[in-house]
Design a protein around this ligand. Structure first.
Ligand code: ATP
Ligand code: MG
Ligand code: MG
Length: 379
């Protein structure tokens, strides 16, 4: 079979490789950590830094197709890979999504709404923009942020100087966003193949704790026409940005039913893990189908589901709970599917796995979560 080369060896790569191997593909991953989550299930791991040109060449030599599982791939390495192998996702989507300003402009050009924003080049510009948007407003570094890092929520004009000084230390451009008083956060994963086929998965309703995804609830508890609109927006972005493979679209939904796109991720997304057992096709299989130019699979939801992330502090309570008879008696027809990523150090706050709780209703799945007490410590 063909070999798929992967930049990055984390859990997203691991789940991609597990799905792709079932389809007959071989996998090689490039990651700096020996025995990475993906390396454990791949045919081969090249252990080196992501920007190591020699290692990238080695990957290109054995891979028929190359993909990535994180978006901060070195642009130089990507162009080299494009010359020496086949990178169906290309590099321009990476270039766009690595930078919040470029990303927002691209989303707007696709005819989709984002929260009002301004490029910030000085404390003076920040003062002026914060006055225009009002407080609270959110200052973000244009590149490199994740899990809420590289952000400052300005609660008063008095914080302008300190916020500017702190975030500008990162040396990247800054962007100020109006604060959206959202009712819910939702996300839609879209997929597009080289032959131009586009599909979306059902929207997930996402709850965060300490800026880290805690739950994805599907179906999302929002009016049908709002969810349809969210899917149309994601489809439009996939088409207008010439996406190949997956693109995750994070959105804010207001009480009035208005949708704003927050940010994009051109790869499998944590909020799409529910698809593994709850949809006709998982996001991982779908990505493999897309980059290999196979027909896309159906995205229909087969059952209500709640995905709960398992962080370092949740591993032991989870393993203790699932073997208890009570865990099966909480609600009839509930099945908890446990996924662990093969990481050895269960550090606090580190993503170690997730559980997909399949149930007759999302309420029943939430009852299982509450009864388990696994996530008590974090709330
Ligand atoms: P991720 O881990 O999802 O990549 P990130 O560090 O890139 O996170 P964002 O997704 O931009 O950061 O923001 C993190 C969270 O902060 C959002 O999920 C949302 O809850 C809140 N947030 C960000 N921007 C805004 C905004 N303009 N208005 C209201 N809340 C916001
Ligand atoms: Mg982000
Ligand atoms: Mg985000």
């Amino acid at each position: 079979g063909a070999t798929i080369g992967m930049l990055g060896g984390g859990q997203l790569g691991r789940m991609l490789a597990l799905a792709g191997r079932a389809m007959g593909y071989r996998f090689a991953t490039l990651d700096p950590t020996p025995d990475s989550p993906c390396g454990q299930v791949a045919d081969k791991q090249i252990t080196a830094a992501y920007h190591d040109v020699g290692a990238a060449r080695e990957l290109a030599a054995i891979a028929d197709v190359i993909t990535y599982e994180f978006e901060n791939v070195d642009v130089e390495v990507t162009s080299l890979l494009m010359k020496e192998s086949y990178v169906p996702q290309g590099s321009s989507l990476l270039y766009t999504t690595q930078h919040r300003l470029r990303e927002k402009r691209a989303i707007e050009a696709a005819g989709v709404k984002v929260a009002p924003y301004a490029e910030i080049k000085s404390a003076e510009e920040l003062r002026e923009a914060a006055e225009r948007f009002g407080v609270p407003c959110v200052l973000k570094t244009a590149t490199g942020g994740y899990d809420g890092k590289g952000q400052w929520v300005l609660r008063s004009q008095g914080e302008v100087q300190e916020a500017y000084d702190t975030l500008s230390k990162a040396g990247t451009e800054l962007v100020l966003e109006q604060f959206i008083h959202f009712d819910k956060e939702i996300s839609v994963i879209a997929v597009r193949s080289p032959r131009g086929e586009v599909k979306t998965f059902p929207p997930a309703e996402n709850e965060h704790v300490n800026n880290i995804l805690h739950l994805s609830i599907v179906p999302a508890r929002a009016p049908e026409q709002v969810l349809k609109e969210a899917q149309r927006m994601a489809e439009r972005i996939a088409e207008e940005l010439d996406v190949i493979g997956l693109i995750a679209v994070e959105m804010f939904l207001t009480k009035e039913g208005e949708l704003f796109v927050n940010e994009l991720a051109p790869r499998p997304h944590n909020s799409g893990h529910y698809t593994m057992e709850a949809c006709q096709t998982s996001q991982f299989e779908q990505h493999v189908r897309a980059i290999c130019n196979l027909p896309l699979g159906g995205t229909e939801l087969l059952t209500p589901v709640v995905m709960a992330n398992v962080l370092g502090e949740h591993v032991k309570p989870l393993l203790d709970w699932i073997v208890k008879p009570e865990s099966e008696q909480v609600a009839a027809g509930v099945t908890a599917k446990v996924h662990l990523y093969g990481k050895s150090e269960a550090k606090r706050g580190r993503k170690m796995g997730h559980v997909n709780i399949l149930a007759p209703t999302t309420e029943a799945a939430c009852r299982w979560i509450d009864a388990s007490n696994i996530w008590e410590s974090k709330k």
